[in-house]
Design a protein around this ligand. Sequence first.
Ligand code: NAD
Length: 258
Amino acid sequence: MMTLQGKTAVITGSNSGIGLGIARELARAGADVVLNSFTDRAQDHELAAQIATEFGVSARYLAADMSKAQECRDLIKEAGACDILVNNAGIQHVSPVEDFPTESWDAIIAINLSSAFHTTAVAVPMMRAAGWGRVVNIASAHGLTASPFKSAYVAAKHGVVGLTKTVALETAEDPITCNAICPGYVLTPLVEAQIPDTMKKYDMSREDVIKKVMLERQPSREFATVEQLGGSTVFFCSDAAAQITGTTLSVDGGWTAL
Ligand code: NAD
């Protein structure tokens, strides 16, 4: 069903994983999409071309580094329209707090948290002018709970939930909503990258790391999928969600119910 026809969605960090899944589901619902990451390769632009062909929408890829304030702001300006903003770009680093490299802390706070501030600051006036807007922040179960060795990530994701509530209050009287989605584990390149170290650390097989370490936190014992996160984003953009603002939607197989 083409419910988002005529809307333009900007999805940060969307040349892979959850961001790409969200871009595809927004395009399936009829939105024009702007994909983004920090690279500028032929294959990045090809992803946008594939979405345009598959869903009959307009799709572009704009390179911008979400660790840089000005590039975050310029991305939204360059998009020209931003009815739907999905702040999704994110990285991870795992280390005890006493050994956590300062540059990893700074990069995680910049990409996972500050980028959402910069893009939102530019997008909200555009949404007000357009008379409609949706901000969807991809936080995490780690925006609501913690795990050891992920100090920067947990701090950034809790920050994203706080930013979500604040922007929701500032836009509450406008036809704009701002919400966060809190996924549990989703098998994307970000999670794949954590498997080899965890195998070494616990002397476990790949299968055991997935079952006994990762999905141990997730009562459903299943990964959430990028399509499910795309569907949750489309829901936040629907008329049914017009009075839902400043809240979180957990897509975590029951993790945060424990
Ligand atoms: P991913 O590594 O597949 O995707 C991350 C995206 O961010 C990629 O497109 C990458 O190119 C982009 N990115 C990284 N640095 C960037 C930068 N400096 N500028 C612009 N783009 C940049 O990982 P994912 O799992 O799809 O993660 C997407 C989001 O979902 C992240 O915010 C992550 O924290 C969150 N999340 C993931 C999981 C999970 O289990 N995979 C769970 C909860 C939350």
